[in-house]
Design a protein around this ligand. Sequence first.
Ligand code: IPM
Ligand code: MN
Length: 345
Amino acid sequence: MAGDGIGPEVIDQAVKVCDAVANKFDHTINWTPALTGAAAIDAVGEPYPDETHEICLGADAVLFGAIGHPRFDNDPTAKVRPEQGLLKMRKKLGLFANVRPTFTFPSLIDNSPLKRERIEGTDLVFLRELTGGIYFGEKGRKDNGDTAYDNCVYTKEEVTRLAKKGFELAMTRTKKLCCVDKANVLETSRLWRETVQNMEKDYPEVEVSYEFVDAVAMRLVQWPNSYDVLITENLFGDILTDEASVISGSMGLMPSASVGEENYLYEPIHGSYPQAAGKDIANPLATILSAAMMFEDAFQLKEEAKMIRDVVNRSLAEGIVTEDLSGDKKSYKTSEVGDWLAKNI
Ligand code: IPM
Ligand code: MN
């Protein structure tokens, strides 16, 4: 699903890289394109058409570019918006856990606006709840439109299934889990905290900390390497993961996965970057690294995933990068980076 803006360009590069790896290891990937976002609104009047949903259900994994178009952003009266497609897709595919890793690349560490000594060694993962909370609660207007409300609702079951993924992930890493909430103010946060506390006994090796979201927002840029796995609700996770992307030095590098019990979707954390659409300048690496996650998790093909990550690291080290990363050195086009990666695989 290429989506909008730079989506098609970065997806093209990821497809090249996936096919190169598949070829190398004797796999065949059967790609089925599907419409979403503004592109789908234009074609069929709906940002997540039923046909697209059927294609997703029938696939082993979904690789997704980006969604969003400025023509809708500046029109608060627009009845259908590309973003509604994204939310509908998450809900209908049951993608309740959004996995957003944040790590640094040794060759790019000085690209981050944060000091080297603060960010060196950062390797953390956010698990953001993706199908509940204020995004999906009842919303509306009253008093002739002069009052607006968005309800934040969570059930114990929604918290449990997300937290379970957090505990399991922590077990495969340094066994440190941070539950991010606002339990000093919000009732939903108190439910989160109580639920996670009750699960602690099932994972005796995991050391759990409970921190308020405002304090995490601060500590995340002060001591990012003090965190490992963080679990949080939908809106807090949306905000904190954008903040966390600054640590790596470029939003153009950070991959993500959205997973449920049955469906798997992989996408870069950046948006559709409409200013760059069609110019062949966007950084394709976040999408390509998302494809690496797809090989690793959805297909359970670890060596293939590693090959993608290794060749990406080589391209960074050798300066085969798009203009967002090239500084005053030569920059490469989106398609040139994709070609170089495919060739070197
Ligand atoms: C994200 C995006 C979306 C979100 C928008 C586009 C609806 O910001 O994936 O983080 O808020 O979840
Ligand atoms: Mn976001």
